[in-house]
Design a binder for this molecule. Structure first.
Ligand code: INI
Length: 156
C-alpha cells in the first residue's frame, strides 16, 4: 500500500451549524429520518441550538429551500430529507428526478455540502426499512456524508 498524502474528513460536528430540510409528505417516514440525522449530529458534537429544522410541503420543494439556506451562509451544511414512494402515483418519476437533480445543482452552485436523504422506493415497506429499521436510516447517512464533506472541503 502506497503512503500517499491523504485528506479525510473528521466526523466532528463541534461548532458547525446545520439546516435540516424535511418534507411533510410521508411525514411518518420523514420524521424518522429527521430523528436519525439529529441524533447523529448531536452524538458527533453538534449543539442543539445550532440545528435548524425547515419544513417544506413535499420532496419537490426541497431544492428551493436548500438553495435559499445554502445562500444564507448561516449553515455549513444543508441536510435534505424526504420520502418519494412509488405506490400508485404517476407523480413519482417526476418528483424523484427533479429532487435529485435539483439538490445536486444546489450543492454544486453554492459550494455548500448538501446531504441527499431522500428515499425513493417502490413500496412503503421499503421506505420503512430505510427509515430506522433493517436497512439502516438514510437520515443518518445523509447527516454523516454532509459532515464528512464539510470537514474535507475545509482542508482543500
Ligand atoms: N412528495 C413527496 O415528498 N413524496 C411523494 O411520494 C410524492 N408523491 O408521490 O406524489 C410527493 N408529491 C408532492 C410533491 O413533492 C409536491 O409537494 C407537490 O407536487 C406540490 O408541488
Amino acid at each position: 500500500m502506497l503512503h500517499l498524502q491523504t485528506i479525510e474528513g473528521r466526523l466532528d460536528a463541534q461548532g458547525l451549524h446545520f439546516a435540516i430540510v424535511a418534507s411533510r409528505f410521508n411525514d411518518f417516514i420523514v420524521d424518522r429520518l429527521v430523528g436519525g440525522a439529529v441524533d447523529y449530529l448531536l452524538r458527533h458534537g453538534a449543539l442543539k441550538e445550532n440545528l435548524t429544522l425547515v419544513r417544506v410541503p413535499g420532496a419537490y420543494e426541497l431544492p428551493l429551500a436548500a438553495k435559499r439556506l445554502a445562500a444564507s451562509k448561516r449553515f455549513q451544511g444543508v441536510i435534505c430529507l424526504g420520502a418519494v414512494i412509488r405506490g400508485s402515483t404517476p407523480h413519482f418519476d417526476y418528483v424523484a428526478a427533479e429532487v435529485s437533480k435539483g439538490l445536486a445543482q444546489v450543492m454544486l452552485d453554492s459550494g455548500v455540502p448538501v446531504g441527499f436523504g431522500v428515499l425513493t422506493t417502490d413500496t412503503l415497506e421499503q421506505a420503512v426499512e430505510r427509515a430506522g429499521s433493517k436497512a439502516g436510516n438514510k437520515g443518518v447517512d445523509a447527516a454523516s456524508a454532509t459532515l464528512e464533506m464539510i470537514r474535507v472541503l475545509e482542508q482543500v
